[in-house]
Design a protein around this ligand. Structure first.
Ligand code: NAD
Length: 494
């Protein structure tokens, strides 16, 4: 299908314009939107950071960031002409006056009609200060829109997240805030809703009558690399579970929205997270597992990585069992896990269906004849698609059954055409569509769930390290399921 792109008129102010994220993801995403016509003549970006740069130097930096993207003659240069720079220390209120004047000029020059999108791509301790100063120093316009796009992390716990949200709320209404969770920009995460609500044969079975358990795995092969300083203060629970995993789980657990609009989807995700059981400390201890990688398979132990405290108690792996107390999911565990230095890099969701109440094929004289569970696997990355495991008759004499797979995988060319998460999310923010952003209520419920175990882990000394690189985490993560008579669908042969 050929969808005609409409131009978005917008003046973007980017805080953290010389940072890693801006250079690796943001300029490339904006360039792709420009190539597709979603941005054209009426847009400009004012980059800011503490560095002193001229407009020309900034333009060169932007050109360097997009140099690997195939483009028509002169296209990159024409794009870069929309970029301007203003050195600015976000902690100095008087600096905002310079920004304000520059924005007023650019608005006129590019005809952006007062539409302002402020993007905070900086260390989170500055988010609140920037938001407050934007209003105090008069950078918010009264014609067009004012929108705030904000990077993760959104707080370190419920209290700090609430403080940040209160600060943002002094300047922006909830419907003006776009909290980035790049997992929500992934093709197959967005596909969960099409798969569920576009297919009655799936949605009809999407409940505790037919589903035995749901498993979500975000597995990373890499260690902490250059992010050790940040990661050692964060850990897997805050870095991956509180945000990405909770957002994926909310999409799996939510009820069907009245319509596929951002407001309707939000309402249902919030309702789902409201029914997530918040554990008591002893329940949390029983339903969470933490791990930290040891040395092995040619790599250092986490504690010996550069920038990591040699006695660090930070978890590089977390697994948990989540329960929803609502009519649809009562009794169905959602098992989740994520970690660094695991066997491979992939994200997948396994929906394990219940076995038939009576297995008419069971034959006590033959081994391995029990029916396998039907499993719907959603491959998020690196492969994108889904597979449905069914039971079929084994070809040949006699009557034995065996599991077979129906599989759909997106082709390499389809994957290539699919926009990167940041491109999608930038476009959504420009269009004012909240569907793929986390609301404050969702974040608040996620923190309340996570804070119980964090508080416990912060006072109890872990026995780390407890897993070898190249494995799927500590043995306790397997025991979490084994104690319920279950197994991870994806596991290594041990
Ligand atoms: P970075 O450290 O590379 O860049 C920070 C930017 O902020 C720089 O431009 C710096 O000059 C500017 N800055 C710092 N102090 C300032 C001040 N007082 N006044 C004005 N400017 C100041 O950080 P990054 O990796 O680009 O990350 C930015 C944000 O994006 C963070 O919230 C991070 O958590 C989030 N994020 C980054 C990545 C990534 O891949 N880099 C991925 C996900 C989320």
């Amino acid at each position: 299908m050929n969808i005609l792109a409409t131009e978005n008129k917008a003046l973007i102010t980017l805080f953290g314009a010389t940072g890693d994220l801006a250079k690796r993801k943001l300029y490339t995403s904006l360039f792709k939107l420009y190539q597709k016509g979603y941005l054209a003549d009426h847009f400009a970006l004012l980059g800011t950071s503490r560095h002193e740069l001229s407009d020309d130097e900034f333009e060169k930096m932007v050109l360097d960031s997009i140099k690997d993207i195939p483009a028509k003659d002169g296209e990159a240069e024409a794009f870069a002409k929309h970029f301007f720079y203003c050195a600015h220390d976000v902690t100095k209120p008087e600096h905002y006056v310079k920004l304000k004047d520059r924005l007023a000029e650019l608005d006129k020059q590019f005809g952006t009609e007062g539409n302002r999108l402020f993007y905070m791509s900086m260390a989170p301790q500055f988010f609140g200060t920037i938001a407050i100063n934007l209003k105090k120093q008069g950078l918010i316009t009264d014609k067009g829109y004012n929108r705030l796009v904000i990077e993760k992390p959104f707080g370190r716990d419920f209290d700090s997240a609430k403080k940040l949200n209160d600060e943002l709320s002094q300047t922006f209404e909830e419907n003006q805030i776009f909290r980035i969770d790049h997992y929500l920009g992934k093709e197959m995460v967005q596909n969960i809703q099409a798969l569920r609500f576009g297919n009655p044969i799936i949605e009809a079975l999407w409940n505790n009558r037919y589903i035995d358990n749901i498993q979500v795995t975000l597995s990373e092969k890499l260690g902490v690399e250059e992010r050790a300083g940040y990661y050692d203060k964060s850990g897997a629970l805050r870095d991956m579970l509180q945000n990405h995993i909770m957002q994926v789980v909310a999409q799996l657990a939510m009820e069907e929205p009245v319509a596929f609009t951002d407001d309707d989807v939000r309402v249902e995700k919030i309702k789902a997270l409201r029914s997530l059981r918040v554990y008591t400390p002893s329940e949390a201890a029983a339903n969470f597992v933490r791990g930290q990688y040891d040395a092995g398979n040619g790599t250092n132990a986490y504690r010996n990585e550069d920038g990591v405290d040699p006695e660090s108690g930070t978890e590089t792996f977390v697994a948990a069992k989540l329960m929803f107390d609502n009519y649809r999911w009562s009794g169905v565990p959602f098992y989740v896990r994520t970690g660094k230095k695991l066997a491979d890099k992939f994200t997948r969701i396994d929906v394990v269906f219940k076995k038939p109440l009576i297995d008419i094929f069971a034959n006590p004289d033959a081994k391995n004849q029990n029916l396998a569970s039907n499993v719907l696997t959603i491959y998020v990355e690196p492969k994108s698609g889904f597979a449905l495991q069914l039971n079929a008759k084994h070809v040949g004499q006699g009557y034995t059954t065996e599991p077979v797979d129906l599989q759909f995988l997106q082709s390499d060319s389809a994957k290539k055409e699919s926009p990167e998460p940041y491109e999608r999310l930038f476009h959504d923010a420009l269009e004012g569509n909240h569907t793929n952003f986390a609301s404050w209520a969702e974040i608040a419920y996620a923190w309340k769930f996570v804070d119980v175990i964090r508080n416990l882990w912060d006072i109890e000394k872990p026995s780390f390290p407890n897993y070898v690189p190249g494995s799927m985490g500590p043995a306790a993560a397997d025991e979490l399921l084994a104690r319920d008579g279950r197994k991870w669908v994806y596991r290594l042969n041990r």
